[in-house]
Structures are given as C-alpha cells and as structure tokens.
Design a protein around this ligand. Structure first.
Ligand code: ZN
Length: 361
C-alpha cells in the first residue's frame, strides 16, 4: 500500500514541498480538483491546462478482459472499470506533476545534431487519483532502480502508472523525446497513461516465456544502456528513451515471449535501413492487438511473415547499431478500443519474472 493522501485541500502545498525538498523545478499541471464524490467540472473561469483537456472524454468505460487494459485520462477524467463479478471500480485523475530528482555534475556533450543533451540523471512523476472514493497519491521514478516498479493494487485491481505528459517539454516539462524520428513517442496523449488488470489475472491469458536469457529474474538499471535507457529514461541527460534497453552480448538469442500471429522486420539493414528492427503482432480474442518489438537484431533464425509459437528462438541480437554497449531495445505497444498506447516493456518482464518465480516455487 502506498501513501494515500487524505487531505485533498493540501494537494498544492504537498507538491510544492516535495519539489522544494528535491531542489529542482516542478513542471506541474494542476487541475481544479473535481468535487468530492463525483466527477466535477473544473471551477469556472480558471485557466489551467486541465480546463481544455478535461472537455474531452470525461468518463471512459472499460470492461475487464483477459488482457491488460491501457488507458489515458485527463484531469477530472474517470475510468469506470467493470470487473468480472459486475462490480464497478472507478478512478478519477485529479492532478499530475513531474520533477527532476537527480542531476549529473555537468551537461552531457551533445552526441550528434539529432539528439539533445542535458544534465538530468533521474526524474519522478506523481499523480493524485481518487479510487472508489478514496484518495491515493502515486509516485514513480525513472532512471533509478525504482524504474522497475511493482504495480499498485487497490480494491482487487492492479494499477500501472505509466507516464504523465507534464514531464515532457511539449506540456511544460523538462524531457525531450529521443526516438520521435523513428515514430516512437513516450509522451502520453492524455495527462496520464495507466494500465489496469484484475489482481487475480495475469496481463494476458498465456504464460509468458523468457524473451532473452535472464536467470536473475530482475533488471538492473546499470544494464540499461549508460544506466539511463529504461522506459522513458533520460538519454544523454535530456531525452526520453522510447523503449527499454537491456545490455547483452552480441549474438544473444531472443525467444518469443508469447505466441504471435505474424512477425517481421519492419526496418532491415538489407533493405537499406540503419538497423534491424523486428515486430511480433498478436491479436487476442478480446480485440486487443499487441506489438512487441526488439531492435538491433543480427539475424533472423526463422522465416518472417508466419505465426510464431511462444518459446521459439527467433533471432540473434545486440549486434547492429548498438553504440557504446551491445544491447537490445524492447518496445511494448497496444492497439485497442480506439487507442494506440506505448507502455513500459517492464510490464512484460515483470510478468515473465513472476511466472519464473511461480514455476520455481
Ligand atoms: Zn534503445
């Protein structure tokens, strides 16, 4: 159980204190909190970022299903999540904020004209939510070991707090996007991005197999390219890394963590691209379509454009365009119910490691 803030009127003060303690700038976007017990409209006449964003979908209804449900909320927006037993689990987003929590001693040299440089070593982001009438304060870190977090569990639902938009320069924050040129964007379309699943269900109805050899059952932040390229990690002190990099030896074999309906290289060196980037596509019976990607591959071990069974070795990796450390770049993307959601690939590894621990027990 995390810190649950029970004094909504002190919200603003609480955040200021948190920011002051860290000695860094808070990039915040506070909403006018909704009226207690309901989804209230922001106070009239107030000009905040929340006012315009909150005019969009205010109540999003989702029904519990066999796969994880990603969603975005603006300030004042509510998710009504209907559980298998008919119970309604309801969460309203009240406020979001983000702050730098650690800086390098100097601004990093600019690696090339295409990439920003800065001194951000780690940052945190927060939100205030009301779940089934109770206030909760959620806080995440990016760029530290705590990047590999446990989801919250509230009233029978597991909650992943993936991102806030106000961490990004485009919404008043401090992070640039590193991989937008390749079509990868970390910044959520809403003020915050989450995913939920009922606590007694795995993230999908198939037990996940290892994606790469990892006997430790954990990821060390130091193994994430320069110790910074976890999901949304501060690449070169400045730009959110849109994927999860894990250092591994060139030639490491990747195996399919789930079964795929289709898989292929969408960028290949053979076709004149700068990298071998692979995508596996899975359409679940509940309508959700998952894209799992691995980049920096050396060679495919199986024919493309076929189905691929879970556990099948499909490629050698960590050998093309790897920069300073041999590594693989993992991406997790879900298309469903009118949304396109990038999510932290850590969620997949969390489930893989959980399965391994269960098997071992
Ligand atoms: Zn990467």
């Amino acid at each position: 159980m995390r810190h649950a803030m029970r004094h909504p009127t002190n919200r603003r003060l609480f955040f200021r204190c948190a920011g002051a303690a860290a000695g860094t700038v808070i990039a915040s976007a506070f909403s006018s909190p909704a009226a207690p017990g309901g989804v209230g409209a922001p106070a009239a006449g107030k000009k905040t970022g929340a006012d315009s964003s909150a005019k969009k979908t205010r109540v999003l209804e989702r029904t519990s299903k066999a796969t994880l449900t990603p969603f975005g909320l603006n300030h004042g927006g509510t998710l009504r999540f209907i559980l298998r037993d008919g119970r309604v689990w309801e969460m309203t987003l009240l406020a979001t904020s983000a702050e730098v929590i650690r800086r390098h001693s100097a601004i990093r040299p600019r690696p090339d004209p295409n990439h920003e440089s800065g001194d951000i070593a780690a940052y945190a982001f927060d939100c205030d939510v009301r779940i089934n009438g109770t206030a909760h304060h959620l806080r995440r870190e990016v760029g530290t070991q705590a990047s590999f977090y446990e989801p919250w569990e509230v009233d029978g639902v597991r909650l992943w707090f993936d991102a806030v938009s106000c961490a990004f320069k485009e919404d008043g924050g401090f992070m640039a996007e590193k991989d937008w040129r390749g079509g990868l964007l970390c910044k959520p379309s809403h003020k915050a991005r989450f995913a939920v699943q009922e606590s007694d269900l795995p993230i999908c109805p198939e037990s996940l197999q290892p994606w790469y050899p990892n006997n430790a059952g954990r990821i060390d932040i130091r193994d994430c390219y320069n110790g910074e390229d976890c999901w949304m990690g501060p690449y070169n002190g400045a730009a959110a890394h849109c994927g999860l990099d894990i250092n591994m030896k060139a030639g490491t074999v990747l195996t399919a963590p789930i079964s795929f309906d289709d898989h292929y290289l969408f960028n290949s060196v053979a076709a004149g691209f700068n990298n071998n980037r692979w995508r596996g596509v899975r359409r679940w019976p509940d309508g959700s379509e998952w894209w799992l990607q691995s980049h920096h591959l050396i060679r495919m071990l199986v024919p493309e454009r076929t189905a691929l069974a879970a556990g099948t070795p499909y490629a050698t990796t960590a050998g093309v365009m790897v920069g300073a450390h041999e590594h693989t770049h993992f991406v997790f993307r879900i298309h469903e119910q009118g949304g396109d959601y990038f999510l932290d690939p850590w969620i997949l590894f969390w489930e893989i490691f959980r399965g391994q621990r269960k098997k071992a027990a």
